[in-house]
Design a protein around this ligand. Structure first.
Ligand code: NAP
Length: 273
């Protein structure tokens, strides 16, 4: 049994690969370690070798692409030809099958494979840590800038997403469903800022901006404007309450509770030094 982990060096994929263990084949543009294979969404000739003897896939779609369907659909056809039976797609709580373009990936996985799961996580807690834009902004200005207003999000830890993913990949019975995965509390960005302030002892604040201002800020960092508009529109949906919900998926699928934002912040206090 071989699991191809696409995005296997990334936020969720690296955690999935670690949990799957030696039967994971990590897809990366720059393989350097045992167990890694060269894979680039922009180079279809890398698909076949990566898929050899694979029977299940953790699929992180191409990053930063507003319409990934023309890239992912031929890959899925090739995966089927190689005998892949099970696909676990990383999607988002903000995306359903009815969402133009990104939602189509969910449908392709559902109708194309006998065994499938669509993971629909909320916003990652890890966006606040490491080299992510929010973390850099906290370190440099003490601010988190969003267009979410006082809207709330049930931020979820990437370890919890990976734990659900691994059950979906390895459970003898396929899940054949979508899982909306959240953390245990819905928080505004101001709430998150105040938890980080408490943990670091440094003032951190949320600065709300309009959707248009936020899109312009993202574009200024080098994001393609089409994709910046998609991300800014997601913030607007949060402002209107779209992510103000908590699910029990982590508990139900993994048998343990989802990590709280306060626990995450305490474990990552060095991120904000
Ligand atoms: N961040 C959130 O709050 C959030 C919430 C819900 C859903 N999501 C979903 O999570 C995904 C992104 O997560 P993330 O931002 O944490 O990114 P990430 O998973 O850390 O993405 C980076 C990964 O993508 C791989 N990659 C980049 N370009 C590639 C290419 N051309 N071909 C093959 N692999 C490539 C990288 O591999 P190499 O560099 O090793 O090649 C690396 O493993 C998106 O699909 C997003 O919709 C995110």
């Amino acid at each position: 049994m071989t699991t191809l982990v696409i995005g296997g060096t990334g936020t969720t994929g690296s955690r999935v690969a670690a949990l799957v263990g030696s039967s994971a084949r990590v897809a990366t543009r720059k393989p350097a370690l045992a167990g890694q294979t060269r894979f680039d969404w922009r180079e279809p000739e890398t698909y076949g070798p990566a898929l050899a003897d694979v029977d299940r896939i953790y699929l992180v779609p191409p990053i930063g692409v507003a319409d990934p369907v023309p890239i992912v659909e031929p890959f899925l056809a090739e995966a089927r030809d190689h005998g892949v039976r099970r696909v676990v797609l990383l999607s988002s709580s903000a995306i359903t099958e009815d969402t133009p373009q990104l939602g189509e990936l969910q449908r392709l996985v559902r109708v194309g494979f006998p065994e499938w799961t669509v993971l629909r996580p909320s916003w990652f807690m890890q966006n606040f840590s490491g080299e992510h834009a929010v973390a850099r902004s906290i370190r440099s200005t003490g601010e988190i800038v969003t267009a979410t207003g006082s809207g709330r999000v049930a931020f979820v830890d990437a370890d919890d997403i990976a734990a659900v993913a691994v059950r979906a990949l390895l459970d003898p019975l396929p899940h054949n469903t979508d899982h909306v995965i959240t953390g245990p509390q819905a928080l505004s960005y101001a709430d998150a800022a105040s938890i980080i302030s408490e943990v670091t002892g440094k003032p951190v604040r949320h600065r709300p901006v309009t959707t248009g201002e936020f899109a312009a800020l993202l574009t200024a960092t080098g994001l393609p404007s089409e994709f910046a508009d998609v991300l800014a529109a997601l913030d607007e949906q949060i402002r209107h309450g779209a992510e103000d919900r908590v699910t029990t998926t982590v508990d139900e699928v993994t048998g343990r509770p989802a990590r709280t934002f306060a626990e995450f912040a305490a474990a990552h206090r060095d991120s904000w030094r």
